[in-house]
Design a protein around this ligand. Structure first.
Ligand SMILES: CC(C)(COP(=O)(O)OP(=O)(O)OC[C@H]1O[C@@H](n2cnc3c(N)ncnc32)[C@H](O)[C@@H]1OP(=O)(O)O)[C@@H](O)C(=O)NCCC(=O)NCCS
Length: 188
């Protein structure tokens, strides 16, 4: 597993001390003006910048809705969601649906991160499960068939382990696009 520190030798990222928690105690809430985000620190410097500086304007412009997962009053994980579509021609043959449609409706995970101090507790998996649950509930009213995301290279293994597939044709993407079909979970 590749768990590199956010910046060269960031002591927080390099520390092996982890705080054990039960992810099921995490309750998501939508980012609001009152939320204090300064203490959040994941191992991706770009993602830290996003939550501090960009998440609020994105939300105001309706470009991404951020859900925060707090523990003991502190934000320890978040996911930013938006609508998207996935092109049939870019998928592997076996994942293409029989129905003749060029694009499939999807929920995009624009960002997803866990504070380094809480990694390895299943929090990332819990947040993904929750996003899929939201997509399933929403799909009753607005169709949604896939979850799609552009993975950070260091995190692609995490999504692969969960069951995401790589888009067959990545063209010149720097962040590989990955997707998962939510219909099997919906039928459970
Ligand atoms: C990637 C990230 C979300 C994982 O969060 P986490 O809470 O530690 O993940 P979990 O504890 O749920 O891990 C689930 C499984 O995935 C594995 N895993 C976690 N991170 C991994 C990684 N980067 N590469 C490969 N496997 C990984 C775990 O070992 C675990 O495996 P197991 O079930 O066999 O024990 C977190 O490290 C993170 O926020 N990274 C920085 C931000 C980032 O890159 N986000 C992705 C943006 S696309």
């Amino acid at each position: 597993m590749n768990r590199t520190p956010c910046k060269g030798g960031c002591s927080l990222c390099l520390s092996t001390e982890r705080i054990p928690i039960d992810p099921s105690s995490l309750k998501p809430h939508i980012l609001s003006a009152e939320n204090v985000l300064d203490s959040f620190h994941c191992r991706n410097v770009g993602v830290n910048k996003f939550i501090l500086e960009e998440a609020r304007p994105f939300q105001e412009e309706r470009l991404g809705t951020t859900y925060l997962f707090s523990y003991g009053g502190k934000v320890i994980a978040f996911a930013t969601l938006m609508m998207a579509e996935i092109k049939r021609e870019l998928m592997s043959d076996e994942d293409r649906l029989e129905i003749g449609k060029d694009c499939y409706p999807a929920l995009q995970i624009g960002q997803l991160a866990v504070d380094v101090r809480y990694e390895g507790n299943g929090v990332g998996t819990y947040v993904l499960d929750w996003c899929i649950g939201l997509a399933i509930r929403t799909s009753d009213r607005i169709a949604c068939r896939f979850i799609v995301l552009d993975a950070e290279k260091d995190a692609a293994g995490f999504y692969e382990k969960y069951g995401f597939n790589m888009l067959k044709r990545q063209d010149r993407r720097t962040h590989p696009t990955m997707y998962i079909d939510i219909l099997p979970a919906l039928k459970k």
